[in-house]
Design a binder for this molecule. Structure first.
Ligand code: KIV
Length: 267
């Protein structure tokens, strides 16, 4: 049975912890679903991990829709969540609603994710039939305002504000809340007061779910990673070794051999 946004509250009520991974293409999406990952996110991190940009700020609606379609093609049951990128909802509520609807209609997403305490937009989107996953703490679209990707909720006051915002997002209709880059204790306090699940990234062990960037947890990226980004494989090295072997086989006429070519006459 396909997982729906409504199932997320039930997961929490049943004490079921769950994983989410980002994917931007059909191959990883398929592999993650086969592995039993119930939620797949087409994050605006695609700007960094696919398009080679420094931050997520330049990602467009068309970028997200393009990759969302590819991911959709790889999924049968997993819940497909897609990010509203920077600029898609900051100018007006109307534009945010229009773009949220585009992610469902054109991208094939089932839930849209958006950053910040956007209570009115969450309320409007859910009222129009667009399920919303909220995102608080370190919100990379506020890179310039936050002065970089720094851990948030560093004081008692900040944690109190975070808890209040989380409550209001739940009241506005959010189906889940991503908590990024905050201390464990702050995530615990938010998780304890909500009926919707929290999904942590760099937010410690007390969240109901955890999300990682797919290519990062597979070790496909070669650059520096934040400390929470555990690598479950080292694919960058595997890919380099395979490509090196291919080049050597071509240069030394070992490839293609009899097994990998068509004899004449064809049988
Ligand atoms: O874009 C993204 O990958 C995200 C995750 C870090 C939650 O928003």
């Amino acid at each position: 049975m396909p997982i729906t946004a409504r199932d997320l509250r039930r997961f929490k009520a049943e004490g079921r912890r769950f994983a989410m991974l980002t994917s931007y293409d059909v191959l990883l999406a398929r592999a993650f679903e086969v592995a039993g990952i119930p939620l797949i996110l087409v994050g605006d991190s695609l700007g960094v991990f696919v398009l080679g940009q420094e931050t997520t700020l330049a990602v467009t609606m068309d970028n997200v829709i393009h990759h969302c379609r590819a991911v959709r093609a790889g999924l049968v049951e997993a819940l497909l969540v897609a990010d509203l990128p920077f600029g898609a909802y900051q100018a007006s509520l109307e534009e945010g609603v229009r773009n949220g609807i585009r992610l469902l209609k054109e991208g094939g997403a089932a839930v849209v994710k958006l950053e910040g305490p956007e209570f009115a937009l969450v309320d409007k989107l859910t009222a129009k039939g667009v399920p919303v996953m909220a995102h608080l703490g370190l919100t990379p679209q506020s890179f310039h305002q936050l002065g970089g990707n720094r851990v948030q909720a560093r004081s008692e006051d900040a944690v109190t504000g975070l808890v209040a915002n989380a409550r209001r997002l739940e009241e506005a209709g959010a189906c889940a809340l991503v908590l990024e880059g905050i201390p464990n204790e702050a995530a615990r306090r938010v998780t304890d007061v909500l009926e919707i699940p929290t999904i942590g990234i760099g937010a410690g062990p007390h969240c109901d779910g955890q999300v990682l960037v797919g290519p990062e947890m597979l070790g496909m990226s070669n650059g520096a990673a934040p400390r929470f980004a555990k690598r479950y494989a080292e694919l960058f090295g595997t890919i380099v070794a395979a490509a090196t072997q291919f080049a050597a086989d071509v240069e030394q006429a070992r490839y293609p051999d009899k097994e990998h070519s068509y004899d004449w006459p064809i049988r």
